[in-house]
Write a protein that binds this ligand. Structure first.
Ligand code: AMP
Ligand code: MG
Length: 351
């Protein structure tokens, strides 16, 4: 299949004509990758089971891993769900459109092929102007997981999507680099107490400010036992995996730098190619290894923004192992550390 790439020059002034062909492809059951404020999504009609199947095939994604249905405005939520619980209504008011996904009891309209066989459906209303307008023009809810091959870091620019999806999908819409760089926060509002299933840019602190106490799904606390079924099925897979072995080093700054330099030397001496992930604040402190700066510790949104691109870059650089500094676990740091620890397969050295 030939993949057509179109570029939106001015995302603040999108003309509907620019998105008409993409909307038509979605309505006809095809696949279109498009920018959102979180990461690039791989879109298909969420109400069309055959279209959803194409997403699983293009990504190589296990079919029990449910898809998020994306909508462009509040009235598109009602047909997808049997109920909008109070917590869901409040969170929608506070954070939609934006990087928040909520899990609701699903209506009959939503096929099990989209929800991985679950009786619930995850829904998000993106704020990115290209995503939002495309969904409105398509006139159908759009299932859109990250537009990467399953197991690779999520794409934060159209070039990443092209690397993974060229020849597998009808169209890629290039809207430039995304804003946030990490996938949406997921909160289950279908039960008694709202439960955080995946941390993201709408932080735990922000959620609790809006709805009071929020539970944290056990899948977020550490590796799951093989017999435990996480509420968010995607959490059981080794996501965001770089090709090299990634190790996080955690502790007080000076001790971390010393330990990272010791590890780098040890692996270089063993004849390996070694990658180092540092921050703007520490970039002068690592004399050896292939160094990449992930962002500014004092502005964690820069770290979220660069994280997946840095992991992809290391794949291309073909290093054997990577050592990375760690981050705080509150606010946006919770989402950053969630992605990094999973990429590291929970391999963390504490100093
Ligand atoms: P993504 O690949 O970023 O689109 O993320 C989709 C993830 O959302 C899945 O891997 C699940 O973990 C989660 N998810 C989607 N639908 C549901 C649902 N109905 N219940 C719980 N988690 C869901
Ligand atoms: Mg994904």
């Amino acid at each position: 299949m030939e993949t057509k790439v179109i570029r939106i020059e001015d995302t603040d002034h999108i003309k509907d004509e620019e998105l008409r062909e993409a909307a038509q492809i979605l309505r006809a059951g095809g696949l279109v990758a498009f920018p959102t404020e979180t990461v690039y999504g791989l879109g298909a009609n969420a109400l069309d089971e055959e279209a959803a199947k194409k997403i699983y095939a293009a990504k190589g994604r296990p079919s029990d891993n449910p898809l998020i249905a994306h909508i462009s405005c509040m009235k598109e939520l009602e047909p997808l769900v049997t109920e909008i619980p109070e917590a869901g209504r409040r969170l929608a008011e506070a954070y939609w459109p934006g990087p928040l996904t909520m899990v609701f009891p699903k209506s009959e309209k939503v096929p099990y092929g989209t929800t991985g066989g679950l009786d619930t459906v995850a829904v998000r209303m993106p704020s990115d102007p290209v995503a939002n307008r495309l969904i409105a023009l398509a006139g159908v809810p759009v299932a859109a997981p990250s537009a990467n091959t399953s197991g690779r870091p999520s794409p934060t620019m159209a070039e990443h999507v092209y690397q993974d999806m060229n020849g597998r999908i009808e169209m890629i819409i290039d809207g430039g680099p995304v804003g946030i760089g990490l996938e949406s926060t997921i909160v289950d509002v279908s039960g008694e107490v709202p439960t955080l299933l995946r941390p993201g840019a709408v932080t735990m602190e922000m959620l609790e400010e809006t709805v009071g106490h929020v539970e944290i799904d056990p899948a977020l606390q550490g590796p799951l036992r093989a017999d435990v079924r996480p509420k968010a099925p995607g959490m059981k897979y080794r996501h965001y995996a770089p090709k090299a072995v990634l190790t996080l080093v955690e502790g007080e700054t000076e001790a971390v730098i010393a330990e990272m330099n010791r590890l780098v030397k040890e692996h270089l001496d063993a004849g390996e190619r070694v990658g180092v992930i540092c921050t703007e604040e520490t970039r002068g402190r690592y004399p050896e290894g292939v160094l990449r700066c992930i962002g500014e510790r004092s502005h964690e949104e820069t770290i979220a923004h660069n994280l997946f691109a840095v992991l992809r870059e290391f794949d291309d650089l073909q290093v054997d192992c990577i050592f990375s500094e760690s981050f705080s676990k509150d606010h946006l740091g919770q989402a950053i550390m969630n992605r990094l620890t999973k990429a590291a397969g929970y391999h963390i050295i504490k100093v």
